[in-house]
Design a protein around this ligand. Sequence first.
Ligand SMILES: N[C@@H](CCC(=O)N[C@@H](CS)C(=O)NCC(=O)O)C(=O)O
Length: 184
Amino acid sequence: MLTVHHLGKSQSERIVWLCEELEIPYELKRYARDPVTMLAPPEYKALHPIGAAPVITDGDRVLAESGAVAEYIIAKHGKGRLALTAGHRDFANFLYWFHFANGTLQANMGRNMILNRLSLAEDNPILVATRARVDRAFDLIGARVREADYLAVVPTSSAIWRGSVSARPIGGRWRRAIQGWRCS
Ligand SMILES: N[C@@H](CCC(=O)N[C@@H](CS)C(=O)NCC(=O)O)C(=O)O
């Protein structure tokens, strides 16, 4: 049985979403962040040496790292859905957006969130550069969703709701699809 170990208000929201999207059977185990440190509780940290969400278990297998978890679930349980193979004309785009999600977007949003907590001057060059990178990433998503029906990027809407980035004009079907969905 596939189990999603879901840490509230974390990147594991995307894995819950993925399982719902695929309509596969899974067990959801919820964990709350430590109210003081906002880090994962000890029982979450014990699941995998990296101690960060998401973590899934599938039988004896324990797997962490969002991209690996998403790829594993899609390959093992997706029955060909939500992935393209090398022969597909959009394969390169699929790969790009799949890896862009964590490699560029999430990485820069994470940096941005931390810098925002440091009360730096608004003209701090690192802050300015990081915000510009986040803006560029959302502009790119905005351009893509205006031309594509489907964006192979795991949702980042919770970060927008939490106000760690400004809401960008990513309009259209994708935005409507993610609005109203929340799991924490
Ligand atoms: N690159 C990793 C990042 C994992 C990560 O940093 N997870 C955060 C949640 S957004 C976490 O578990 N934070 C709590 C903690 O570190 O204790 C992934 O995508 O799985």
